[in-house]
Ligand binder design. Structure first.
Ligand SMILES: *Cc1c(COP(=O)(O)O)cnc(C)c1O
Length: 480
């Protein structure tokens, strides 16, 4: 299995080379040359680690079975996830929720970022890399912490994380700023997420000398592959619970920002998982909703800060991969050029199996309240998906089982969750909010949140959009 750029202008690479490289030299993203043959659906019934290994074998052509097994064992054990199921499926209020927040940082990014450093470790060995591998990350909140946890003190690597200084939740910020590990550096950027992501992309295309850079963002194919696994896992759990028979069609609703999560669902579908609809759920930054309903992608609009910050994105990087699969490199390249020149492009192809809806801030709060009253606390991202699913079901009369991808623990977003559940509550600082939420939810505060109260803040750097390069250089030179 080889990987090629969505823009067609870079040479084809093996899996390990593509993972090390992150983004292609022509600015494109790596995609598999072809999709593997349809998987036997019995794979869905294997345990999480076995299922992951079966799927990775199909994509990681230059990794041995032993290496894949070692990566999977290291990533999905009890030190990283609080349940051996990794991603449990819960039925509440007539809906299925796939809980992807049982990892170290309480968000779905842990599923991919707990294994990416291991993929990279073997990739570095295979490609005889002798320089420090510097991982650059732009984060809208959750990727940053998950990547920091994955790479902290990982030999041969250093990691620099940039986040929009005023665009993440206070828990997210504290999680990153208290990160340990001498090879970690965390910087707030005076700009929004799109500025931050554009800054990092620019550095990849013209990197400072003397280091080898890679990406832990979902532009890296090594981030995408681990996400395919939990679509099969959700399907297997539905079958084990007797809700479906192997072969039945199901649908997924995915709270979407950078389009990485839902794209992994599309890959699962291309590998034979019987998915009827992938419902793309947007918050008020509904650029993807508009795209799927009109064929026009247009980022020229007001950027809204919402209660679901990890979806506050106007340039959804991974959509480029879907465009490529729908219409090839030449078209994709032209559209990406148009995006960088005018901020818009027209791509009116059919995207079979995709549907889109969006939810307002008010609906999102309403969704959290409604689920709370039904005995289940959900975070704002999951609430956006829940509201979108209800609209979709009402409109289409869909009756097949639908799995809502639950992307974060409500304890990461205590302020908005508490206020949605009880609007009479005053504004409460994040960590006190966790105690209030634990009271409301009759559960306990997760250890990962509790420890933020006493962990020293180790990172406080802030820079301008133009200052990102300087931050990287001085940190990396200091490490030498
Ligand atoms: C990253 C994230 C999303 C968006 O996922 P994409 O892959 O960027 O579409 C949604 N919810 C949460 C909690 C996230 O951390």
């Amino acid at each position: 299995m080889r990987y090629q750029s969505t823009r067609g202008g870079a040479s084809k690479l093996s899996a390990s080379e593509a993972i090390l490289k992150g983004i292609a030299d022509d600015g494109g993203l790596y995609v598999p040359e072809t999709f593997p043959e349809a998987l036997d659906l019995n794979v869905c019934l294997l345990d999480y680690k076995q299922k992951a290994a079966e799927i990775f074998k199909l994509y990681l052509g230059d990794y041995t079975e032993e290496e894949i097994k070692e990566c999977v064992e290291a990533a999905y054990g009890s030190e990283s996830f609080d349940t051996p199921v990794v991603a449990p499926l819960e039925q509440r209020n007539g809906c299925w929720f796939l809980e992807l927040f049982h990892g170290k940082t309480l968000a779905f990014k842990d599923v991919a970022l707990s294994i990416l450093p291991h993929f990279m470790r073997f990739a570095a060995k295979k490609n005889k890399l002798d320089q420090t591998l510097a991982i650059l990350v732009a984060t809208s909140g959750d990727t940053g912490k998950a990547a920091l946890e994955g790479f902290a003190d990982c030999p041969g690597t250093a990691i620099v994380v940039f986040f929009p200084e005023n665009g993440v939740s206070s828990v997210q910020k504290l999680q990153m700023q208290t990160q340990e590990g001498d090879n970690t550096h965390v910087v707030g950027v005076l700009g929004n997420f799109d500025d931050t992501q554009a800054g990092v992309k620019k550095i990849f295309l013209d990197p400072p000398e003397g280091f080898r850079f890679s990406s832990a963002n979902s532009i890296n194919i090594g981030r995408l592959l681990p996400q395919i696994v939990y679509y099969f896992h959700a399907y297997g759990q539905l079958a084990q619970k007797g809700a479906i028979a192997l072969g039945d069609e199901i649908s997924f609703t995915v709270p979407t920002g950078n389009f990485g999560n839902i794209l992994a669902g599309y890959y699962a579908k291309r590998m034979g998982l019987p998915i009827k609809t992938l419902l793309c759920a947007s918050n008020e930054n509904k650029v993807l909703y508009d795209f799927f309903t009109t064929g026009e992608y247009d980022k020229n609009r007001k950027f809204v800060l919402t209660a679901s910050p990890s979806m506050d994105i106007l340039v959804s990087s991974n959509l480029e991969r879907l465009l490529y699969h729908a219409s090839g490199a030449e078209e994709t390249s032209a559209r990406m050029k148009s995006l960088s020149q005018s901020g818009r492009y027209f791509a009116p192809e059919n995207y079979p199996g995709f549907a889109a809806k969006h939810a307002t801030e008010e609906e999102c709060a309403q969704g959290m309240k409604e689920m709370f009253e039904a005995g289940y606390v959900i975070d704002p991202h999951t609430a956006v998906a829940y509201e979108c699913f209800k609209k979709h079901r009402e409109e289409t009369g869909a009756t097949e089982p639908n799995v809502i991808i639950s992307t974060a623990s409500p304890f990461k977003f205590t302020e908005s969750v508490c206020r949605a559940i009880d609007p009479s509550l005053p504004e409460i600082p994040a960590l006190e909010g966790a105690l209030v939420l634990a009271g409301l939810a009759k559960s306990s505060v997760p250890r990962q949140i509790e420890e933020l109260g006493w962990k020293p803040k180790r990172h406080g750097a802030v820079c301008s959009k133009e200052g990102m390069r300087q931050e990287i250089e001085s940190f990396l030179v200091g490490l030498r």
